[in-house]
Design a protein around this ligand. Structure first.
Ligand code: BG6
Length: 479
């Protein structure tokens, strides 16, 4: 199968930091289908050769073992092409079409790795140029909109040009092997399913913690905040995978229908419940990994009175028979104590303890990063009459599957080329997620108190602990 893969924003950060290195890995592992061409388009004028040189330089920043040797880069670079394109000029789209038509590949993937405010313009122009034949797929990077209305507006334009099955909306968390293992854990094993419900589970905690600050993305981040950046997409996608009913098949729409049902079952927020169940925070100077770091307000180009949240913790419920009354806590933040993404499923206490000891409830920890694995915490005893002691069964997927696991962007790029939509977000899912977060955004707009502060290197404002303590629970790291 021949393919042409076009990156709009071909000299942008996302392209050289994530997409090209991921494609290179696919190429190195022999996973890229034969007969492919990769075309980068951007504003600058340069011949293919100069683009290849430029990318070679950028690749020097790629992680050691993932960096190509000169010989490998030369072979990869043979697939690379570059064209100048002014995205506001219709004739430039026509030229792109001519270039693509000349070869007439079986599949054309158009990856919009530009600033999102250009998405509608690009899609409209692609439509005008006739670059929307059934063999064309368009890949849209997040963020898709900044609220429900803007997301609907983008989707309306995308739908007016492309069929839903041509639109590949990226949430790179869905490409992480650990996240796909979540599906395998739930629907490839009979073991947990009978317990996966309110009768056995006391609460579920999803934590996406980062130790990094906003870095050079200050101006973008300040207009976005943690709720839009991490909760509306990554955290909610994880929640849907944890809470969904078993799909009838492994097809994209069977899965996405079930995920959508979860999003529709989430308890809607009101102004009162936002005040009670959502905690927002902003980091102040502190110490992370032994190094002093500055306050969010002192990161470059952040307004001195910014009320943008760099931390969110919230409590919600999935209102259906399986989950009624079970709290789901979601938490994310920058400059927290560790880089740690995990889902903790806390089971209920035994109904009638007969052993001495802690009687601590069982817990399943699904580790997404930095490690990728599962930990099942149980209680055991050294012998008759001895107190119970916590022990754990640990599974490390990197060890279990040894080398060459496919990274998130590599997986998603290969799936887009192959036309597999399972790991991409459908427009109705995405809009429902916006519908659910919007009352939080509205309540914050009216709340002049602004975010609470927390010290960089901590686990967020103390109010986040109080949120969970109110139900008689604690966050995993507090136990
Ligand atoms: C991105 C956010 O979607 O995800 C970033 O915009 C965040 O702010 C990143 O740092 C986290 O991704 P990962 O894969 O490093 O957990």
């Amino acid at each position: 199968m021949s393919f042409d893969l076009v990156f709009f924003g071909g000299t942008g950060d996302l392209t050289w930091r994530k997409l090209m290195p991921a494609l290179f890995q696919a190429f190195r592992h022999g996973k890229l289908p034969e007969g492919g061409r990769i075309l980068a388009v951007a504003r600058d004028d340069m011949p293919d050769e100069r683009y290849r040189e430029w990318l070679k330089e950028r690749f020097r920043e790629v992680d050691g073992p993932k960096r190509p040797s000169d010989e490998e880069f030369e072979r990869f670079a043979a697939l690379l092409h570059y064209r100048r394109m002014d995205l506001s000029q219709p004739e430039h789209y026509q030229k792109l079409k001519d270039w693509l038509d000349e070869r007439n590949a079986d599949t054309v993937v158009l990856y919009l790795a530009t600033s999102p405010h250009l998405f509608t313009q690009i899609c409209e122009q692609l439509g005008v140029a006739g670059l929307n034949q059934p063999k064309v797929r368009v890949v849209l990077e997040k963020p898709l909109g900044h609220d429900l209305a803007s997301a609907q507006q983008i989707n309306k334009v995308v739908r007016s040009v492309f069929a839903e099955e041509q639109a590949f909306r990226i949430d790179h968390y869905l490409g992480k092997p650990s996240v796909q293992n979540l599906m395998a854990l739930r629907f490839g094993n009979a073991f947990f399913e009978p317990l996966w419900r309110r009768e056995s589970i006391a609460n579920i905690q999803i934590t996406l913690a980062e130790s990094l600050g906003v870095g050079t993305r200050g101006p973008f981040y300040d207009g976005t905040g943690a709720l839009r950046d991490m909760i509306q997409n990554h955290a909610l996608q994880l929640l849907t995978m944890i809470a969904m009913e078993p799909p009838s098949t492994n097809d994209a729409d069977a899965i996405r229908d079930e995920k959508l049902k979860v999003l529709r079952s989430l308890k809607p927020f009101t102004a009162e419940s936002v005040a009670r169940d959502v905690v927002r925070g902003q980091y102040r100077a502190g110490t992370v990994d032994g190094k002093a770091v500055v306050s969010y307000l002192d990161e470059g180009k952040i307004p001195a009175d910014s009320a943008t949240e760099t931390f969110v913790a919230l409590r919600t419920e999935v209102q259906n028979w399986r989950w009624a009354g079970v709290p789901f806590y979601l938490r994310t933040g920058k400059r927290l104590a560790a880089r740690d993404a995990q889902i903790v499923v806390n089971f209920r206490q035994v109904p009638h303890p007969i052993f001495p000891g802690p009687n601590q409830p069982n817990r399943l920890v699904i580790k997404l990063q930095p490690e990728d694995g599962l930990e099942l915490q149980l209680l055991a005893t050294k012998g008759s009459g001895e107190a119970l002691t916590p022990v754990s069964l640990d599974l490390d997927f990197d060890k279990a599957f040894a080398a060459n696991r496919v990274g998130a962007y590599e997986r998603l790029l290969l799936d887009a080329i192959a036309g597999r939509l399972n790991l991409f977000v459908r427009s109705d899912e995405q809009e429902q997620a916006w519908r659910w977060v919007e009352p939080i955004l509205d309540a914050w707009k009216r709340d002049s108190a602004g975010p609470r502060t927390y010290t960089a290197g901590s686990w967020g404002p103390p109010a986040a602990s109080a949120l969970v303590a109110r139900d008689g629970f604690t966050w995993a790291e507090e136990q």
